[in-house]
Design a protein. Structure first.
Length: 238
């Protein structure tokens, strides 16, 4: 916040909505954004929109060009890989902690994770990507909280917006979502069965899924990626 002041709640709300619209590709990479149109759409004045846009610029989600205006940034693969690395490292560490604690993961937590997976399966049947992502994140929040760090998923979420943009590109078919459901089930089955190697391997496979499909996404959406970073991806192996 400029000058260290308190964030304007209205600007914070607009910022959160803009992040969501960019991450879910409602505003696509390279798209020009008009502050006047955004203010009208969100029902606010230009002031909170301008403040939100400045925060988006600092987060690397928009670019402000003198002659072109405000554009949604194209996906930077360096930022994407950094976000994937952070997400994998923290989530794997959470599972390690959860499975090395003196007491086993509770039946209540296992049931809660399985309910989220059931909800994901219904979302696949309904072709509801938005709800699928919501239940996906809810399951991962529970997984991470098993470590004893209740708010660690918030930290992961804040760091992975550039990863989430690519994740949303990949959620285009029911087959992709079914694969994710199977991966989620393998993670939870490993945790429920106190099978640490299975849980960790399943989590590594899952958190690297977007890396695996990145070449196809680069081919399918070349205009969505920054030309300075659209290089041959390095897919990590487990």
């Amino acid at each position: 916040m400029a000058g260290g002041g308190v964030a304007d709640p209205l600007a914070t709300r607009v910022y959160a909505q803009l992040v969501s619209d960019i991450v879910t590709l409602r505003f696509s990479p390279g798209q020009v954004l008009s502050e006047n149109e955004l203010a009208q759409e969100y029902g606010v004045s230009r002031t909170p929109v301008r403040e939100a846009v400045q925060r988006l610029r600092q987060a690397g989600l928009v670019e402000v060009r003198p002659q072109s205006g405000t554009l949604v940034s194209k996906v930077d693969l360096a930022r994407f890989r950094e976000a994937q690395f952070v997400r994998e490292a923290l989530e794997i560490a959470c599972i390690e902690l959860a499975m090395t604690r003196p007491t086993a993961v509770s039946a209540r937590d296992i049931a809660a994770m399985r309910r989220e997976i059931s909800a994901q399966r219904q979302c696949v049947a309904d072709r509801d990507v938005v709800a699928f992502v919501r239940h996906d994140e809810a399951m991962h929040r529970i997984v991470c909280a098993l470590s004893g760090h209740e708010h660690i998923w918030d930290t992961i979420s804040q760091s992975k917006v550039h990863l989430d943009r690519v994740r949303h590109m990949s959620l285009v078919t029911q087959d992709v979502m079914r694969d994710l459901v199977r991966q989620h089930r393998a993670i939870v089955d490993g945790i429920a069965g106190s099978d640490r190697p299975q849980a960790l391997e399943a989590a590594r496979t899952h958190t690297r899924e977007t890396l695996r499909v990145l070449p196809q996404l680069l081919a399918a959406h070349p205009g969505y990626f920054s030309p300075n970073t659209a290089i041959e991806p390095e897919v990590a192996t487990g």
